[in-house]
Design a protein around this ligand. Sequence first.
Ligand code: AMP
Length: 129
Amino acid sequence: MSSIFTKIINGEIPSYKIAENEDFYVFLDINPNAKGHTLVVPKKEINKLFDLDEGLYNRLMSYSRKIAKAIEKVIPCERIGMAVIGLEVPHVHVHLIPLQKMEDIQFIKKVKMSPQEFETTAKAIATNL
Ligand code: AMP
């Protein structure tokens, strides 16, 4: 069965899309740790980060960097944190999270955003790429 992220990539489930290229699809996390919390997902459905072939792994890091720079331009924060977990969705994804404090990367406290806020945040990051 396809992962929820494959369904998003295929347009079967909606997402607040930021960008995509041949290898990756980028969208806002629906249950964000902080405003601007973004996921960078390889289109190829692979469970674990370190099972990516080296080329795809390097391209994922490089593309994540590009996205992080755009988030940083839009969301006031100390820095962008990066995490790879995958315990909930077994399809590789990089979390890019605007951080003010350590707690923001701990997946404990979540922020509420309206659909309108998701829309405008995704658009603002996309236009700064
Ligand atoms: P993890 O697999 O532990 O790295 O976490 C999966 C992440 O995917 C969580 O932060 C979820 O909020 C996020 N997530 C799950 N379903 C969706 C969805 N339909 N759209 C956007 N983000 C999602």
